[in-house]
Unconditional design. Structure first.
Length: 500
């Protein structure tokens, strides 16, 4: 097929990171080409180059065979390349008409021609099969309609390439079906479409070809038929099904009553209802590709995401999950994004460590400075946090030591259940090994631990059971000697029910 848009030998580096390394990518007219990869694979950098938000250090961008260099997204749009992102980048308080005409209002005799603007808005939406009142505020409509308005805005009369970045992430099954039908219609009209999604069932339903990136390099390209799940998953994860498996000591099955039970808990558009239990001294892992629902599941159990169905029991007591209720009953949570959700960068290590216990006690029972100092010294020693003293701002620590500080804050609250979301992301090998050893030690002391991680070896090393997720659905559970690379990857890739 003749390429409508083509990137040849693209490389891009940021300080300390090689985001793209000699990557080729092309999309033909009348084709949906899926771009796949885990976090850090290079997808975002590639589409930034394609849409003018970034410039490659090396390589060439071609549109209909003609070399181009976009200086900005506006340049890309003028050349016929549009993009729609997961977060609808429109203004909910403005009307649909105003959003569609923003920055390009039709004028007559020097004044805005609102009648023409409304007519154009209706015509653009009608091309997508959308009939809505264009004078209503955009925020009055569902996320699905807002997404369609965003697509209508990206589609000019001369749009030749459309980039869709996670367009169905916030949609339910019916809305997803509608949007995919519109994508097919656009493809059939001859548009070249780049489709980025973590929902592999949708990828196989819509894509003509698939390209897989890993660590900034292209590691696979082919048709959906040429790249079934059994081939795709190892490419994305960087592991072969036949890889040598790590030795894993046999772990006795935990017995006794669960300390935490989640029954049928879920949230529409976010996570299908699931069941999960944790026993004292047990580590349960959550595994799956990026976007499978690991983080969402952990946050639903902790109440950081509010469920709309199901129940949670802690030590036999049913609660309405919320961070406050969980903390009060001995459940602690360490989030994936430690910089945005975990640490208070300007506060000292001492203050970061003490704040969770202070919150649990309530502000009327203030921790004394002496007690804060004692706790900080104890945790710095126990977790080997590399710092000259407890008064150093935590934002000045390395990533691994910041992660240890987040763990320390959770542990001083003396939890019975510890939820860890990507506990070793972005830290060095030494700190990684220390945190894995710490998780083993904590479960040995009777703590129940839920670990959501993209690191398969990490889950194999620490877990008594591993729940496998795909496309926001729990699709299997492994235990004991069955917890190995081959079994986890086969469960991820196995045919079975999935859904949004």
């Amino acid at each position: 097929m003749t390429a409508r848009i083509e990137i040849v030998a693209a490389s891009k580096s940021y300080p300390g990171v090689r985001a793209l390394d000699d990557v080729d990518f092309d999309v033909a007219a009348g084709e949906v080409h899926a771009l796949l990869g885990e976090n850090g694979a290079g997808k975002s950098t590639l589409i930034k180059i394609m849409t003018g938000a970034a410039t490659a250090d090396a390589g060439e961008l071609r549109l209909d065979g003609r070399p181009l260099a976009f200086a900005s997204p506006a340049d890309a749009r003028a050349a016929g390349v549009g993009a729609v992102y997961q977060e609808v980048n429109l203004v909910p308080t403005l009307t649909v008409t105003e959003n569609l005409a923003l920055g390009r209002l039709p004028r007559r005799f020097g004044l805005v021609d609102w009648r023409a603007a409304r007519l154009q808005a209706r015509q653009r939406l009608r091309k997508l099969g959308v009939e809505i009142e264009v004078e209503r505020p955009l925020g009055a409509y569902s996320i699905a309609v807002q997404q369609l308005v965003a697509i209508a805005r990206a589609l000019e009369d001369d749009t030749r390439v459309l980039v869709l970045d996670e367009p169905t992430a916030s949609l339910d099954a019916a809305e997803t079906t509608r949007l995919l039908a519109i994508v097919r219609e656009l493809r059939d009209r001859g548009m070249a479409i780049v489709f980025i999604s973590h929902f592999l069932d949708q990828v196989y339903a819509i894509a003509d070809r698939l390209t897989v990136l890993r660590n900034g390099r292209r590691v696979g390209v082919g048709t959906a038929r040429e790249m079934p799940l059994g081939k795709l998953v190892p490419l994305m994860l960087g592991r072969e099904l036949e890889a040598v498996e790590h030795a894993r000591a046999a772990v006795e099955a935990r017995t006794g009553e669960p300390i935490l039970v989640a029954e049928g808990i879920g949230k529409a558009r976010v996570m299908a209802p699931f069941h999960l239990s944790l026993r004292p001294g047990e580590a349960v892992g959550l595994s799956g590709l990026l976007g499978a629902g690991r983080t969402e599941s952990a946050k639903l159990v902790f109440g950081a995401l509010r469920a709309d169905c199901g129940s949670v029991r802690i030590a036999g007591e049913e609660i309405s999950p919320s961070p406050r209720a969980c903390l009060a009953r001995g459940v602690a949570f360490c989030p994936e994004d430690r910089k945005a959700e975990g640490i208070f960068a300007e506060l000292s290590i001492r203050e970061n460590i003490a704040i969770a216990l202070q919150s649990k006690r309530g502000w009327l029972k203030a921790l004394s400075r002496a007690e804060q100092d004692r706790l900080a010294r104890q945790m710095i020693e126990a977790l080997a946090i590399a710092t000259p003293d407890a008064e150093k701002p935590v934002g000045q620590l390395s990533g691994g030591n910041q992660q240890k500080a987040v763990l320390a804050r959770a542990l001083v609250s003396e939890p019975r259940v510890l939820i860890l979301d990507e506990p070793t992301r972005g830290i060095d090998v030494g700190a990684h090994a220390e945190i894995v050893a710490l998780i083993r030690r904590l479960t040995g002391q009777g703590l129940a631990v839920l670990v959501a991680s993209s690191e398969l070896e990490e889950l194999i090393a620490v877990s008594d059971r591993v729940a496998v997720l795909r496309d926001r659905v729990f699709v299997g559970e492994l235990s004991g000697a069955d917890i190995n690379l081959k079994a986890i990857m086969r469960t991820i890739a196995a045919p079975g029910p999935t859904g949004a």
